[in-house]
Design a protein around this ligand. Structure first.
Ligand SMILES: NC(=O)C1=CN([C@@H]2O[C@H](COP(=O)(O)OP(=O)(O)OC[C@H]3O[C@@H](n4cnc5c(N)ncnc54)[C@H](OP(=O)(O)O)[C@@H]3O)[C@@H](O)[C@H]2O)C=CC1
Ligand SMILES: O=C([O-])CC(=O)C(=O)O
Length: 286
């Protein structure tokens, strides 16, 4: 039996649990999750997942023990949790699947996550086409890579925004002009919008090309251009990717149904994560 430990059990963790029922109900995989408030999660329904607390009252030893007992750890909690707890997972020799890929934009976290001995797996999440983009980048075939993400204005309000900025976003109504809330590189974007632009860092990862992963990603993060748009007419989140260079010109658009539990998260993220887990489990018995 493969023991999978989820870090976080929100919209993605819960949808993922449903998607993994074939493996779970056949007894091949067992799921545990680390949450901050076990009672609150039990009230929402534990979906057959064994819940453990990470509310700060438990010693780090409790978390470490869970990691040691797991075959694979899957982060789906957020950039901050990924930065705090991810490095310890790979240092303990466990494989880690990262959903909050934005954690890789921080040089210190990136170095630790890529250091091993546990292996780091990146899920493409709410976007795709990484096979094509990765191949083109490896052949030095890309000179420019852009992503434009559109989301409902309310889902882009951040704690650091002034009351006026937040109110302006919330006041956007269908028919109003879309508002560009960020334009720049993925590293700055993820600092400002940690729950919205993990895809931009994942795109940089996919197009890093060859060579040492940390250095290649650093270069790739400089190349990717991000635009984040509050779109009052958006019914779904969308991601438009354009990559061009000697290999050609590639355009892709992703518009997935929202997560059933969190309208700011694309439902494709958990679907993609389930696929990543199956691929990881097949490539190496964890
Ligand atoms: N790569 C991609 O394409 C995408 C990546 N993401 C990433 O996935 C993350 C999760 O998304 P989603 O499931 O929609 O978000 P949710 O807010 O629905 O769920 C996140 C869960 O993680 C829990 N959590 C946060 N920190 C910790 C911690 N230290 N220990 C234990 N649990 C913790 C939260 O607990 P609590 O309820 O106590 O707050 C919450 O239940 C996003 O923040 C984003 O970083 C999201 C969308 C796409
Ligand atoms: O779910 C999405 O559409 C993308 C997202 O939030 C992220 O990349 O952080």
């Amino acid at each position: 039996m493969t023991r999978i430990l989820l870090l976080g059990f929100g919209a993605i963790g819960r949808q993922l649990t449903g998607l993994l029922q074939p493996e779970v109900s056949s007894g091949r995989w067992a799921l545990q999750a680390v949450v901050r408030d076990v009672e609150a999660h039990e009230a929402r329904g534990s979906l057959g997942v064994e819940l453990h607390s990470n509310d700060g009252s438990h010693s780090n030893d409790g978390w470490r023990e869970l990691v040691d007992r797991a075959d694979l750890v899957v982060e789906c909690a957020g950039v901050s949790a990924a930065r705090d707890l991810g490095p310890g997972v790979v240092a303990a020799g466990r494989d880690l699947v990262l959903t909050s890929v934005g954690a890789l934009a921080y040089p210190d976290t990136r170095a630790k996550l890529l250091q091993g001995p546990g292996r780091l797996h990146i899920t493409p999440g709410a976007i795709g086409g990484f096979d094509l983009l990765g191949a083109a980048a490896e052949a030095d075939g890309l000179a420019a890579v852009r992503i434009r993400t559109r989301k409902l204005a309310g889902s882009l309000v951040q704690p650091w925004m002034s009351a006026e900025e937040a109110a302006d976003l919330r006041a956007l109504r269908p028919g109003d002009e879309p508002k560009v809330v960020f334009s720049g590189g993925p590293a700055d974007a993820i600092k400002k919008f940690p729950g919205n632009v993990n895809v931009a860092v994942a795109l940089a990862w996919a197009t890093r090309g060859t060579g040492d992963s940390a250095t290649a990603l650093e270069r790739s993060l400089q190349r990717v251009q991000v635009e984040l748009v509050a779109d009052p007419d958006a019914e779904l989140s969308s991601h438009d990717i354009e990559a061009s260079g000697p290999a050609g010109r590639f355009r892709m658009r992703f518009e997935s149904a929202p997560s059933p539990e969190n309208p700011r998260t694309s439902g494709l993220t958990a679907i993609s994560l389930a696929h990543t887990l199956r691929r990881v489990a097949k490539s190496a018995p964890v």
